[in-house]
Design a protein around this ligand. Structure first.
Ligand code: 0GY
Length: 306
């Protein structure tokens, strides 16, 4: 941690010694949602950031990848770095081709900068609608960016909370690329999986075959939380029916990721080994797990290899 950056009070450091998962991902498995933070001394955090995290380096991310039994990563630009993608791109170019990325760009980005990002492994941009994380970006600017990244074969990752979906629906469904929703559209898991809120989210995918979902972040969505420290590994069970439903209904349009190093978590920091052990609960069928962890992310991020 750089002396210049003091992490946000209450910020939880990531779990230093995650357990070894009992579940072993298939060969070639992709952690399709994770971040790097800094290190701040090398890659300064953005002045407009809403939080200052702890450092979480590419070396630490790739050590976690190996420990958990994954082969590749998709590194998503975190809001604490604003539209300066240097830390994320540095992670990609030092991954030996085993990481691809999702950037944040502003309307002023040049075509040359987009082309350079593509060469370095960026395959998408992220549009974030969480007011606690980002300042407002005009829709026209986002539409213009969407039109410019579409010819590169990139997709758009969108981050929003379930109550905001009705208002954002028309914008999302007009996007010209594949669209990947972060964290299942952040459902309230105290509501029924068959209730109207999650039904609306499923309708979004059912009616729009270009829209995908990450079945990520049980630790963020859970009210039940992790299991007690009694050796029990069946964690975050209140989130399982939501992820399972999406995997059953849209097996070719779901992705899984750790969300390491877990920005902005209050209350507890997950053991990443436990997160991996949630996978067989949300995808009991080995064929579904192969799609979730290998074929689907490969189609989106390494299509030239399939
Ligand atoms: C996540 C979730 C969050 C933060 C960010 O870029 C970010 O700062 O993504 C969050 O606070 O919910 O996907 O990592």
């Amino acid at each position: 941690m750089s002396a210049e950056f003091v992490k946000t009070p209450g910020w939880l450091d990531w779990y230093a010694n995650p357990s070894k998962p009992r579940y072993r991902p298939p060969p070639g498995a992709v952690d399709a949602h994770c971040h790097v933070f800094g290190p701040g001394a090398e890659f300064p955090f953005a002045p407009e950031r809403k939080y200052t995290p702890c450092d979480a380096s590419k070396a630490q991310l790739y050590a976690l990848r190996d420990h958990l039994g994954f082969a590749r990563n998709v590194v998503v630009q975190a809001t604490c770095h604003g539209a300066d993608n240097a830390a994320m791109i540095d992670a990609l170019v030092h991954s030996g081709g085993r990481a691809r990325g999702v950037a944040t760009v502003r309307g002023a980005v040049t075509d040359a900068a987009l082309a350079a990002m593509h060469r370095d492994g960026v395959r998408g941009v992220r549009f974030n609608f969480l007011k606690r994380l980002v300042d407002f970006t005009p829709r026209e600017e986002l539409i213009a960016i969407a039109g410019r990244i579409a010819p590169l074969g990139w997709h758009i990752v969108i981050y929003f909370e379930a109550p905001d979906l009705p208002e954002l629906w028309d914008f999302f469904t007009a996007l010209p690329t594949p669209v990947v929703v972060d964290h299942m559209g952040r459902p309230d898991v105290t509501k029924p999986v068959d209730g109207p809120e999650f039904a609306l989210f499923q309708r979004l995918l059912a009616e729009h075959p270009n829209i995908w979902s990450k079945v990520t972040c049980p630790e963020r969505l859970s009210v039940a939380g992790p299991p007690a420290l009694d050796g029990e590994r069946d964690a975050y069970r209140d989130v399982v029916p939501f992820a399972r439903r999406l995997i059953e209904r849209f097996p070719d349009r779901v992705l899984w990721g750790t969300d390491w190093p877990h920005p902005n978590l209050k209350g507890h920091m997950p053991d990443d080994g436990l997160l991996v052990d949630v996978i067989p609960h949300i995808a009991p069928d080995p064929a579904a797990r192969q799609r979730l962890l290998v074929s689907n992310p490969m189609r989106l991020y390494w299509p030239e290899e399939i």
